[in-house]
Design a protein around this ligand. Structure first.
Ligand SMILES: Nc1ncnc2c1ncn2[C@@H]1O[C@H](COP(=O)(O)OP(=O)(O)O)[C@@H](O)[C@H]1O
Ligand SMILES: [Mg+2]
Length: 323
């Protein structure tokens, strides 16, 4: 049994559909990256898993975590799950930290409330965890307030707080997007190390394929709320099959590209699934689009070697066979 099974997840608002038929499984200890431009439905999918969507969102499909259906779970049971087996890290750790409480109090409070530890052992555990996320001088740091930490250090504190819950799954939604590049690289390295150390499964969400490539084993590419391509990271990055994935890779700024040279962008703006209707959601921006692409939604097609893509350009084309 997979740790997490998402089966045909769709999310509708009165104004339209924002996630359309998302399906994937995540095994214990594995890391899947969800990637796509802003507005492609990544955060909405994460919020659905956490049961944090606004009331007007209509959710369909099945979400099973450790075999339990998350959508039919009572709110209280779901909240318990959020506070234990499923941890989450967002872009802005400040929004999850209390600015008026010392870091140490926030970490120990978490342990007292969620894991029923006594004060003394909670403090020892908090100290140990700050050290685990490589925060130096941890004993002194426990007595400081969130504003005394830099952005990268605050994100480490957030990660420590989540690890204290001993989750089986950590959902990280753009956890390094607000950080500058060197700090981002350090936090990503830390996440990859902690994942192994703690045997965590990680659902890593980013608009940046480079971030996904740093930590994930597999990547799922979303566009307009729909799945475009999925596969092992080295294969998808090395031989992207979907024109959208190819565009995302071409858009990545390269360190060796001459300064001032415009980035090769994918023309057009992100369409939401609601505008897409029948046909491929990416067709209006696709340089290879044909008539069929505007009329029929392409099927999710296995390409061999744990790879899939949804594109009419693939059908029956032997050069796309990886097997
Ligand atoms: N409360 C809401 N009501 C209606 N539409 C929403 C709501 N929240 C988000 N959306 C829409 O859902 C789509 C996907 O958003 P999101 O999941 O945040 O994208 P991503 O995280 O990939 O950038 C966007 O088009 C966004 O406008
Ligand atoms: Mg988002």
């Amino acid at each position: 049994m997979a740790l997490l099974e998402v089966d045909g997840l769709s999310i509708d608002y009165p104004r339209g559909r924002v996630v359309d038929g998302l399906s994937f499984t995540l095994e214990a200890g594995a890391c899947l990256g969800l990637v796509g431009e802003s507005g492609s439905g990544k955060s909405q999918s994460a919020l659905a898993l956490l049961g944090l969507l606004p009331a007007q969102a209509k959710v369909q499909g099945a979400l099973r975590f450790q075999g339990r259906d998350l959508l039919t779970l009572e709110e209280s049971a779901r909240r318990r799950l959020r506070g234990s087996a499923i941890g989450m890290v967002f872009q802005d750790p400040m929004s999850s930290l209390n600015p008026y409480l010392r870091i140490g109090s926030q970490l120990t409070e978490m342990l007292v409330v969620h894991r029923g530890l006594g004060r003394g052992s909670a403090e020892a555990e908090a100290l140990r965890m700050l050290e685990a996320v490589r925060i130096g001088d941890a004993y002194r740091r426990l007595r400081q307030y969130p504003h005394e930490f830099s952005g990268g250090m605050r994100q480490r504190v957030m990660i420590a707080m989540m690890l204290l819950l001993k989750p089986a799954l950590l959902i990280a939604d753009e956890p390094t997007t607000a950080l500058d590049v060197t700090v981002q690289a350090e936090v990503l390295r830390l996440l990859a190390e902690l994942r192994r150390e703690f045997g965590l499964a990680l659902l890593m969400i980013s608009h940046d394929l480079g971030v996904i490539a740093e930590v994930a084993d597999e990547v799922l590419v979303l566009y307009g709320g729909r799945m475009m391509e999925r596969g092992p990271v080295p294969l998808v990055l090395g031989r992207p099959q979907h024109p959208y994935t190819q565009g995302l890779i071409a858009c990545r700024p390269r360190l060796d590209s001459p300064l001032g040279q415009p980035l090769p962008a994918i023309p057009g703006t992100v369409a939401s699934a609601r505008e897409a209707g029948a046909g491929c959601g990416f067709a209006p921006r696709c340089r290879l689009a044909r008539e069929i692409c505007r009329q029929q939604t392409p099927a999710w097609t296995p390409l061999g070697a744990a790879r899939y893509a949804a594109c009419h350009g693939l059908a029956g084309a032997p050069e796309f066979d990886d097997g």
